[in-house]
Design a protein around this ligand. Structure first.
Ligand code: NDP
Length: 274
């Protein structure tokens, strides 16, 4: 049985380095996907109000027989909900949908900097952390300048920054900035939404290691120290993506994958989204 390493966040809380993401998993497919993931051994689920499947995530966990305390669950504050009252209502609604009295991690999903409300939203997330309903709080899609705006306001340093990272967008500068400030990096779309499966350089390393392209890339992420939660609705891939802790990439293989960087996003730039 695979043992997933924990990463210790800046507040001392442990988070499994490998989890399961449910973006674009339709609500009516979510119970089956999360159930399959929990059976394989995943103990970390990444959802969001925006994904429309919090209720089904909570239902799958409740039915699984896995104790609430044994699974790490993240959800996120949706766009347009940054004002304090809206954020409080949204957080209550997320807990209710999940059927939980706390989440392990609650994130601001996007900074929406043009609205100028994310620092206030952060202060409201600090309330949820103080009252114990969010064990950790963090941000998502924050550039360095968004993080600097939070630092200027004082207060809690985010436990994580969840950003797009994969071999075509290695995010070296932002990752280094986060490391300097003890902010753990969570790499979203770790497989570049499946595109890395067709890359010849990755295929060559997959052949050399006797692994699949997805396993090679997930291993590259975790050897760099990032947290990942690949999404799949395909049972065989859910299993495949979990089996990455019984082999190691050489320094040369790591460098060859990092060299694929072309600063190419699969999603929007946080400066222009929302
Ligand atoms: P991923 O990089 O995880 O790729 C998912 C795609 O890859 C799906 O099409 C899936 O197909 C396919 N796939 C999965 N496993 C394999 C495999 N072993 N071989 C080949 N193809 C595979 O993309 P996501 O965008 O879903 O990102 C993962 C998670 O990150 C999300 O679910 C979400 O939790 C989070 N996220 C956060 C964002 C944010 O703004 N904070 C934005 C985007 C994502 P299939 O399902 O058909 O098997």
């Amino acid at each position: 049985m695979t043992v997933v390493p924990d990463i210790t966040l800046n507040n001392g809380q442990a988070i499994p380095q490998l989890g399961f993401g449910v973006f674009q998993v339709r609500p009516n497919a979510t119970v089956a996907a999360v159930t399959a993931a929990l059976r394989v051994g995943y103990r970390h689920i990444d959802t969001a109000e925006m994904y429309g499947n919090e209720r089904q995530v909570g239902e799958a966990i409740a039915r699984s027989g896995v104790g609430r305390g044994d699974v790490f669950v993240t959800t996120k504050l949706n766009n347009g909900q940054h004002r304090p009252d809206a954020a409080r209502r949204a957080f209550d609604a997320s807990l209710k949908a999940l059927g939980f009295d706390y989440v392990d991690l609650f994130l601001i999903h996007w900074p929406q900097a043009r609205r100028g409300e994310f620092v206030g939203a952060w202060n409201t997330l600090e309330e949820f952390h103080r009252d114990g309903r969010a064990r950790s709080i963090g941000v998502s899609n924050f550039h360095q300048h968004h993080l600097e705006a939070l630092f200027a306001d004082g207060g809690t340093v985010p436990a994580v920054n969840q950003i797009e990272v994969h071999p075509y967008l290695t995010q070296d500068r932002l990752r280094a900035f986060c490391a300097e400030h003890q902010i753990a990096v969570e790499a979203w779309s770790p497989l570049a939404r499946g595109r890395i499966a067709h890359d010849p350089a990755i295929a060559a390393i997959a052949t050399a290691t006797g692994r699949t392209p997805a396993q090679v890339v997930l291993r590259w992420h975790t050897q760099r120290g990032d947290i990942v939660f690949p999404k799949s609705v395909t049972p065989a891939r859910i299993e495949e993506n979990f089996a990455i802790f019984d082999f190691e990439l050489t320094g040369e293989q790591m460098a060859a994958i990092s060299a694929l960087n072309r600063n190419q996003r699969t999603g929007p730039d946080p400066d222009s989204f929302g």
